[in-house]
Design a protein around this ligand. Sequence first.
Ligand SMILES: *Cc1c(COP(=O)(O)O)cnc(C)c1O
Length: 427
Amino acid sequence: MKYYSLHHKSPISTFKNAVVQGLAKDRGIYFPDNITKLSNHFIKNISDYTNHEIAYEVIKQFVGDEIPAEKLKEIIAKTVSFDFPVVKVDDNIASLELFHGPTMAFKDVGAKFMAQCLEYFNKDNDDEVTVLVATSGDTGGAVANGFLGAKGVNVVILYPSGKVSDIQEKQLTTLGQNITALEVDGVFDDCQEMVKTAFLDEDITKTLTSANSINIARWLPQMFYFFFAYKELHKSHKDLIFSVPSGNFGNICAGVMAQKLGLPIKHFVASTNINDTVPNYLMSGIYKPKPSKATISNAMDVGNPSNFIRIQELFSNDIDTLKSAFSSYRFTDDETRATMTKIYNNSRYVADPHGAVGYLGLKKHGLKENEFGVFLETAHPVKFKDVVEETLPVNVEIPEQIKKVINNTKVAIKASTYQDLKAYLMK
Ligand SMILES: *Cc1c(COP(=O)(O)O)cnc(C)c1O
């Protein structure tokens, strides 16, 4: 499979090159040159396939012959190593739980898949590659865990000081080995900007790559669970509407790709917190990035979502076509808390703030008689324990995988400007 840069000023790329580079030389993000629909037979008979088989069918055209089939299947087996339950919370709404992986966030899927692709591509290479990643919360932990111990790969994670939860911070600062955390005095967008600057800095001779959802190997495997949910729900013969709590818009963009591959999804709702660049765009037609603001759903505190340009490409850069299949709404922290309470009172389901924003999107959009709504529950409530316990009359039990890191000692290097990052990378 070939990939082109969405800035259209870099040469066409292989899968391998796009994974290893992350961002094209013209600073554009990569997009597949050609998307082939899966067969109707496959979609109709999806229940006959295991999740591993589904994932293989979904991803194989995007990898092509650059990873042998057997190796790709092995990578999938290590990536899809946990369940993706669909849990009903209302008559016509269910939560797609994406948090049963090692760091309890959906990003485990993309991080593990990417780590293994990179390790495979780098296996015959003496040079180490450095993965640089900016996180607003969950990416850091998932990447740290996914890449821990990967041969020939060093990982540097930048996170905004004081703006991630305690558990998230522990998950990305305590693993050691090939993982280093940089604690940045700023917001997520500052971290992201520093990463982007490093990629263009010719003084840095190390091979750098990104592990944000701009990397195709993190983005594309996120299609898998839209198919898994369809497998669970298609027998009801309802029209499916997915609401995705969105920050950088990589997750929802993977959903739109799944639809492009022929998965019958009627409509998408991109639900955001008050970082509402996309909802504003859909209303006004003007795309105006803004600095991000801190909220209780902090993994979505993104003022300039890097994947939105891919969504526009998927809808031929036509806002009217986009609006016919894609809506976006924004919600305040007060609305989010009230909804966590409402969901809990209705069904005793404990939603984290991100999931609650997703649920709100479905309610705002409205569901017709033959429609069924699915919101993506992107993180386990324990990752936002403080907010959840302040809002709901519950004590969130700490699961085993979290207990393992919570008592470890944080190790992070302070960074306040790009020069600090550069100094570290030039060491
Ligand atoms: C990263 C993250 C999101 C946002 O996902 P995007 O792909 O960036 O839109 C939502 N919820 C949680 C818990 C996350 O970690």
